[in-house]
Unconditional design. Structure first.
Length: 454
């Protein structure tokens, strides 16, 4: 990395960053008290609050959000007349899944092959450390040129919406001229990327009933309507023969015009088995970022072990529908429900319950904030230009912030590049990526302040 004072400062701070990330990763801050003690999340929240106080933040507070978790807030005043930037991360993490599959303990930051391994290292405890590094570098080189608000969420991975609800009830708290969401990632390790779109989503529970109770498959099979067979036919109606999502009335032919995703890279990132085909049509980017995608997340039916020769009276499923930018999630839900009703076979009894939803997000990439970030990333990543990508996942908070502060610019960056394996076993962060993105964020704040003065 070509050195400048900010880059040099951040390079000197990396040992401290590793020590701090080690402390933060050690908290088993899964926001599900049935799996992990609430005290672990409270410990992480207090660690974040103490870190903000140590950096001179004012009004540091642990916000009790409606879902029973805590988000951490702090404010660092800037020069008079300077814009305010909101920096976001979350300290809660996904459960470690299979402890035995981790090469090193999930909650012990461990260096191996040039990466730091541990649950939350990239998603998103490392994101908070990134914010700290950027601010420390600025303080060491003339001061932070903008007002800074930091909000660190405690239940993002659970999707229970506590911070969203709190923000809606206290809309003045997070007001800012621009918002940096530190919960995304570069498209490829070493390729500076801003995520400009997110798919929305809905979760729908489906239940089919056909009989008063299970029946002997020899005596009644072939005539009695089987609820499990009805469910299978219904779920199959949601995909065409090539695997494309097919919800009646929901367009699935949009095209992604930006950064493309080579098929070979996708197959490697997704660990697709040799010889197995991909589903859908169009480019990989079309299918991931511009079109709807349905997934059956679970099915209620008897397991193979212990199954009896029965015609089943009831069966159920949980369906996820990812909704691309430009489509209203509420309208997509109506279309999905109408499709499921129309395609339920044999006049079976159908029950539907929407159990979650979030709108898609699309940023304004022509804003001054994007120009400021592009210039910053060119310095942090010499020889590379900032890329703009989509993301197939959802961050519902983005939509809440957009609706509360429609004039605010929003950028999504972060440490979750493909090699990080977030949400999987052996999650890790690249310390070089952490260093470069911290430089980029610091330079962005300088550039952004200059753009507002101009």
């Amino acid at each position: 990395m070509s050195q400048n004072p900010i880059a040099e400062t951040i390079a000197s701070l990396m040992p401290r960053a590793k020590a701090e990330l080690t402390e933060l990763v050690a908290f088993q801050s899964v926001a599900d008290w049935a799996q992990f003690p609430k005290s672990e999340s409270e410990g992480a929240a207090n660690w974040v609050a103490d870190a903000l106080r140590a950096e001179g933040f004012q009004d540091v507070a642990l916000l009790d959000t409606p879902d029973g978790t805590q988000s951490v807030y702090g404010f660092l005043p800037g020069p008079e007349g300077a814009p305010t930037v909101l920096l976001y991360a979350h300290y809660d993490v996904q459960p470690p899944l299979d402890d035995d599959a981790w090469v090193s303990p999930a909650f012990e930051l461990t260096e191996r092959d040039g990466r730091w391994y541990g649950r939350g290292a990239a998603d998103c405890k490392g994101g908070f450390i990134m914010h700290l590094l950027a601010l420390r570098a600025l303080k060491a080189n003339g001061g932070v040129p903008v007002g800074v608000k930091v909000i660190v969420e405690g239940s993002e991975e659970q999707g229970t919406g506590g911070l969203q609800q709190y923000a809606e009830a206290h809309p003045e708290l997070l007001t800012a001229d621009t918002i940096v969401i530190g919960d995304a990632g570069n498209f490829r390790l070493g390729l500076p990327t801003v995520t400009a779109t997110l798919r929305g989503m809905t979760l729908v529970k489906v239940k089919i009933d056909t009989l008063g109770g299970n029946l002997h498959s020899g005596m009644f099979g072939g005539v009695a309507p089987d609820a499990l067979a009805a469910l299978i036919r219904l779920l199959d109606s949601l995909r065409s023969a090539d695997g494309s999502t097919t919800v009646d009335g929901l367009a699935s032919d949009a095209v992604w015009e930006g950064l493309q995703y080579p098929e070979a890279d996708f197959r490697a990132d997704a660990k697709v088995l040799d010889g197995v085909g991909l589903i859908g049509e169009g480019t990989i980017a079309d299918r991931l970022w511009a079109r709807p995608a349905v997934t059956v997340l679970g099915i209620d039916c008897p397991p193979v072990v212990g199954a009896t020769p029965s015609v089943h009276a009831s069966a159920g499923a949980l369906i996820s529908l990812r909704v691309p930018p430009g489509v209203d999630t509420a309208e997509a839900i109506k279309l999905l429900e109408a499709h499921l009703i129309a395609h339920t076979p044999w006049q079976a009894k159908l029950e539907l319950e929407v159990v979650g939803q979030g709108q898609p997000f699309q940023a304004d990439t022509s804003s001054p904030a994007y120009a400021s970030m592009a210039a910053a990333m060119q310095v942090a990543y010499p020889g590379q230009e900032m890329q703009v990508s989509g993301m197939g996942g959802s961050i519902p908070l983005c939509n809440t912030l957009t609706s509360l502060y429609p004039q605010a610019e929003m950028l999504l960056i972060g440490l979750s590049e493909p090699e990080a394996q977030i949400h999987a076993v052996n999650e890790s962060v690249s310390p070089e990526e952490l260093e470069r993105l911290s430089v980029a964020e610091a330079l962005f704040l300088v550039n952004y302040a200059d753009s507002k003065r101009g």
